[in-house]
Design a binder for this molecule. Structure first.
Ligand code: OXD
Length: 314
């Protein structure tokens, strides 16, 4: 690594940016790592590590060689004004998130398939009433997206013997799951799915995919789990599908507006479980190790994985 290597950490959302800077310094002792806006001279950074960065980043750091995102989803980065067309964007590949996404998915799948919500209500009334055996074939899981997150969630469901399928643009296969792709594949995938898990990147092609037309094609009494982006969901269509009994429940970790505004109908709807974008957090150690490895590789002139294809938008 060159002695003049400089890295800037920029995030308007990260609760403890100093901890990230310290971790990057530990992982890359040869580099100068600084926090955006700390008063140090600007304009010479080679790499930026960001999560929701300020929009003047590119004006104030015109020499960037690559931009590393602290998350897997780069939809917000791609909308940043002034983002140079030729600047390589590198998304986080897993960073400890996939196993958490799998846990989140399983928790909500099991809550429905084993009727644990009903047992909680029965306990509140001191009722001892077994509800019957589980029929796994009645709980077909369909995961939209076969990237690191979707694949791990699908594998976890399949490992518990839930009939599982994945749908993706490329038709990538996931061990233990049936694989579908394309518009034709989507219809068959939805028709066999009762528990729909969304792990897609948010792109022009996937925005609003969780809509009435999708819900209408699922098996009856379906469940929707959204662990990707709020922009995938048409909120009014979800509420209508729940009201009409097309869907029985939804678990939502992500929202069009975050934090979910006070008074939003999702907060108090007993059929909807709301969590504050925690399904898969980027774990600092693993994330920093991954980014440091890629910075070193780029500095040696090597190619790295996870570079965003601007046409595909992920
Ligand atoms: C991500 C996220 O994109 O946490 O990784 O939302």
């Amino acid at each position: 690594m060159g002695p003049d290597m400089e890295i800037v950490f920029a995030s308007e959302l990260e609760a403890d940016p100093h901890a990230w800077v310290a971790a990057l310094r530990d992982a890359l002792p040869e580099a100068r790592v600084r926090l955006w806006g700390d008063g140090a001279p600007e304009g010479d950074a080679d790499f930026a590590v960001v999560w929701a960065p300020p929009s003047d980043l590119f004006v104030r750091e015109p020499r960037l060689r690559a931009l590393f995102n602290l998350g897997a989803g780069v939809d917000a980065l791609l909308r940043l004004p002034g983002l140079p067309d030729s600047l390589p964007l590198v998304r986080l590949e897993d960073g400890g998130m996939a196993v958490q996404m799998a846990e989140y998915t399983l928790y909500h799948l099991l809550r429905e398939s084993r009727d644990f919500g009903r047992y909680e209500r029965q306990q509140a009334q001191e009722q001892w009433r077994p509800l019957g055996d589980i029929d796994r074939d009645a709980w077909t899981v369909g995961v939209l997206g076969a990237g690191a997150m979707g694949a791990r969630a699908a594998q976890a469901c399949a490992a518990l013997e839930y009939p599982t399928a994945v749908w993706s643009r490329s038709g990538r296969s996931v061990p233990g799951a049936e694989s579908y792709c394309g518009e034709q594949g989507l219809a068959s995938f939805l028709a066999r799915t009762r528990v729909l898990v969304n792990a897609l990147p948010l792109t022009d092609a996937t925005r609003g995919i969780l809509c009435r037309r999708t819900f209408d094609r699922l098996r009856p009494d379906a469940v929707v789990i959204n662990i990707a982006r709020g922009g995938h969901l048409v909120e009014a269509d979800l509420l209508a599908a729940l009201d009409e009994g097309r869907l029985r429940a939804a678990a939502l970790d992500v929202f069009e507006r975050e934090p979910l505004p006070p008074g939003h109908p999702f907060w108090t709807d007993a059929r909807i479980r709301v969590t504050p974008h925690i399904a898969g957090a980027s774990l600092m150690d693993r994330t920093v190790r991954q980014i440091a490895g890629k910075i070193r590789a780029l500095d040696r002139g090597e190619a790295v994985s996870g570079v965003v294809d601007r046409d595909r938008q992920y």
